[in-house]
Design a protein around this ligand. Structure first.
Ligand SMILES: Cc1cc2nc3c(=O)[nH]c(=O)nc-3n(C[C@H](O)[C@H](O)[C@H](O)COP(=O)(O)OP(=O)(O)OC[C@H]3O[C@@H](n4cnc5c(N)ncnc54)[C@H](O)[C@@H]3O)c2cc1C
Length: 415
């Protein structure tokens, strides 16, 4: 990652990057800028974070204040989930879920509805119970559930201001064990998606699209009541014994999380370890679409028809589930969702060419694209019942468009 690109190298930021050390400094920067945006850990794949001026909070104090009585933590927005998770775990507390990568900032992840998996697990934004913004007028806005705008403010796509701190709701800490099954037949997933994705606390299906069998199913079981017996064969798949990553066996010291061994929630829910480089080391492009869980089998069947087009460009697909929520621009807004993810080889022209085909195949299921990944059509309006309210809130808090950028113009119609 160069100083001016995102993590994957798929976008070069146009703006200069400022690194303030205090909230007052952020207020001064925002107050004198015509166009500005906060930059997180740069893990989005598109231009969502870009602006004429970028504010990275990486030099801000690394505040983590855990309130054990309230079961909450007030944390600095720039912190990666890994650091927040380790700190709350030490106090006997936990988040309800984590994404695949613990390196991503809490502020940036929750701004785009970043998710993990689990039939009953909302995305990471649903853990937010309070937000502190520096707003377009250089003032401070503290907002929580008591404010009727809160549900419109959590998934804000960077358009409401610079978030300096978030308060996250916590629960008692728990252990998880990850087990991986190889070669579960597609017919198991298509015939009983709720059974497959409900088989453990967090379930991921990693696969290509051709053939009769999926590549791997990762079951992350929550062990509140002690360890569970583990079957060697599950739904026609066999349990993997050696270390394995999403695309196959890895070395013992590779970057993926340990399987078959009970461990703390924050060491098992992400797929990658914090002390190593994740995924395809940045040489990749990502795309993801959310459809209603009730449409899972039909949507997956429609995409399997495109297997010979998709697979040559694909590093791996991951299928996960996300519980419905009430956050206006959440990709799981009022819809229990199947998240259909593609990690592509870094072949931008070919990926760009295939996205409209994928979107056409998914069109009957009203797909919502991940805000931070690549997608072709600007779907937003039709797919979000509270879209107009969300845009009104952006206009109310930022009447002159300080936080708008080409992405908000293209995707939200807010230029
Ligand atoms: C290897 C990899 C794995 C991933 N895994 C997952 C996954 O498991 N699940 C999933 O859903 N997504 C996943 N993503 C996508 C990623 O979680 C999102 O794109 C996320 O928004 C990136 O957060 P960031 O901190 O990098 O923010 P950036 O990409 O830097 O910014 C994203 C948006 O947040 C805004 N923003 C950032 N910080 C602030 C702030 N302090 N105040 C106001 N606005 C802010 C920016 O302006 C921008 O609009 C993955 C990405 C990568 C590269």
């Amino acid at each position: 990652m160069s100083a001016q690109t995102n993590w994957a190298g798929t976008h070069t930021y146009a703006g200069r990057i400022e690194t303030p050390r205090s909230i007052e400094e952020i207020q001064r920067i925002v107050g004198s800028a015509q166009r500005v945006r906060a930059l997180g850990t740069r893990h989005s794949f598109n231009d969502i974070a870009d602006s004429e001026l970028l504010v990275s909070l990486e030099d801000m104090p690394a505040d983590i204040e855990v309130d054990e009585d309230a079961s909450t933590a007030r944390v600095a927005a720039q912190l990666p989930f890994a650091l927040v998770a380790a700190a709350v775990d030490e106090r006997g507390l936990a988040l309800h879920n984590l994404g695949s990568l613990p390196h991503i900032s809490v502020g940036g992840a929750t701004a785009t509805a970043t998710h993990g998996s689990g039939l009953h697990n909302g995305n990471l934004s649903t853990a937010v119970v309070g937000l502190e913004f520096v707003t377009a007028d250089a003032g401070i806005l503290r907002i929580d559930r008591r404010d009727e705008r809160f549900a419109g403010a959590v998934v804000h796509l960077g358009a409401l201001g610079v978030v300096t701190h978030l308060t996250l709701g916590l629960e008692p800490r728990y252990d998880v064990r990850q087990d991986v099954y190889l070669g579960v037949p597609w017919e198991e997933v298509l015939g009983d998606p709720v059974g497959v994705f409900g088989a453990a606390y967090s379930v991921s299906v990693f696969t290509h699209w051709a053939g009769d069998r999926t590549d791997q199913v990762w079951l992350k079981a929550r062990l509140d009541d002690g360890d569970l017996p583990v079957a060697d064969v599950w739904r026609g798949g066999t349990r993997s014994v050696g270390p394995i990553g999403p695309v196959g066996p890895v070395d013992e010291d590779d970057n993926t999380t340990v399987q078959g061994v009970r461990g703390s929630w924050h060491a098992r829910l992400p797929h990658f370890r914090f002390d190593t480089q994740p995924s395809a080391q940045g040489d990749e492009i990502q795309t993801e679409y959310f459809v209603g869980l009730e449409d899972a089998a039909s949507a997956l069947s429609a995409l399997r028809e495109l297997a010979d087009r998709i697979d040559p460009l694909l590093i791996i697909t991951e299928l996960r589930t996300v519980a419905a929520d009430d956050l206006w621009l959440s990709t799981a807004y009022e819809r229990n969702s199947l998240a259909i993810h593609f990690t592509w080889h870094s072949r931008p022209a070919e990926v760009t060419a295939i996205l409209p085909e994928i979107e056409a195949a998914l069109a009957p299921f009203a797909p919502r694209p991940h805000w931070g990944k690549w997608f072709a059509e600007a779907h937003a309006n039709a797919r979000y019942p509270r879209f107009d309210d969300a845009v009104e809130l952006m206009t109310e808090l930022d009447p002159t468009g300080v936080f708008r950028n080409p992405y908000t113009e293209r995707v939200l119609g807010l230029g």
